[in-house]
Design a protein around this ligand. Structure first.
Ligand code: GLV
Length: 363
């Protein structure tokens, strides 16, 4: 008898025991290789599938789904989904889901740690020590900037930004934030955070953390002009997406002492890293691991599996995936978040107030 079960493609090796749940309902085509697939490989994999479990390694748009007539759902394992052309997939009738919430606290932990590592020169000091350069204790070795009592600037105040703000309270930091829409007063109070325009944020932050979702509207929003508005003693931390920062402008600022230090977990051409950043001592570089605790990465895969099962119309939540992205196709679009790593569906620019452009939408 012919097998009529739906078929799903799992684009990367993910936790096998978690992904195994898919086999209760579907034929599962797994991929042994970690890494990016070419558009042709993705199109070929999707051609006879009803659903797919994908990651940020898999850019998918109109071209990749053009010859996939059965494809009904794509579950992204990640909260950011700029690898997916959601309008094109929505137009093709494909439900898109992501994995918010389960990674909020883990990612906020990491953002805070990266900011602290940059401010206190932790990886730079370790490299120097391992290189055998520590020959004498000295009062002036590796002096960094304070975190406690400093002003923290958060650009993109979604759930993760709010998590970082809550952590800052323990360090008695003053927290300024910018978001396309201002948070309700009770949330501001809970985060002990004050709304500011972008220029104020840049000018006052001792440590600026980027947690906003990537869209073309925020491409290189942190450019030479923005960096020039920051304090020379400040640090910049990016756990959002690489394209938000102009890496050459950042390298200029770090080389010239225009900016004290940076912590980067994401890169415009990742996994390739701008060689100028690799050559600098005052930047902490990590390989896009902000959500990477074992428990959280497993929870992300579990949520994506649940989304895919529901989006393909089976299981206890048939037809009602827990965290859908595209409002047009989902009965309960998850638009609860504001700022980075909610299920944002609005992606207009964040304006510099001096640009006289007004923020167009909330996140
Ligand atoms: C990771 O960057 C994610 O978006 O989950």
């Amino acid at each position: 008898m012919a097998d009529t079960r739906p078929r799903v493609w799992v684009s990367q090796p993910l936790f096998g025991d978690v992904v195994a749940r898919l086999r209760e309902h579907f034929d599962v085509v797994e991929t042994a290789r970690v890494g990016k697939h070419s558009p042709d490989e993705i199109a070929a994999a999707l051609a006879d599938c009803d659903g797919a479990l994908v990651t940020l390694n898999d850019p998918i748009g109109a071209l990749e789904v053009a010859n996939a007539p059965r494809l009904r759902a794509i579950a992204n394992v990640g909260v950011g989904y700029n690898n997916l052309d959601v309008p094109a997939l929505t137009a093709a009738g494909i439900v898109v889901t992501n994995t918010p919430d389960v990674l909020t606290e883990t990612t906020a932990d990491f953002g805070f740690a990266l900011m602290m590592a940059a401010a206190r020169r932790i990886t730079e000091a370790e490299r120097w020590l391992r290189d055998g350069q520590w020959r004498q204790w000295s009062f002036e070795t590796m002096l960094g900037g304070d975190v406690h009592g400093a002003t923290l600037g958060i650009l993109g105040m979604g759930r993760i930004g709010q998590g970082i703000a809550r952590r800052a309270a323990g360090f008695r930091m003053r927290v300024l934030y910018h978001n396309r829409s201002r948070l309700p007063a009770d949330v501001e109070r809970d985060c002990n955070a004050t709304y500011a325009d972008v220029d104020t944020l840049l000018a006052h932050a001792d440590h600026l953390v980027l947690v906003l979702p990537y869209s073309p509207g925020v491409h290189h929003i942190v450019d030479a002009a923005a960096l020039a508005k920051m304090k020379p003693t400040a640090t910049l931390t990016n756990i959002a997406r690489g394209g938000i920062v102009d890496e050459d402008a950042l390298a200029d600022a770090l080389e010239s002492g225009r900016l004290a230090a940076a912590g980067l977990d994401v890169y415009e051409g990742e996994p390739a890293i701008n060689p100028r950043l690799l050559a600098l001592r005052n930047v902490v570089l990590t390989p896009h691991i902000a959500s990477g605790s074992l428990a959280t990465r497993r929870a992300m895969v579990a949520l994506a599996v649940e989304n895919l099962i529901a989006a393909l119309g089976v299981g206890p939540r048939a037809g009602d995936p827990p965290t859908p992205v595209n409002a047009a196709l989902s009965p309960s679009p998850n638009e609860r978040g504001v700022g980075m790593r909610g299920n944002e569906v609005e992606t207009g620019p964040i304006a510099h107030d001096t640009d006289r452009r007004k923020p167009t939408a909330s996140k």
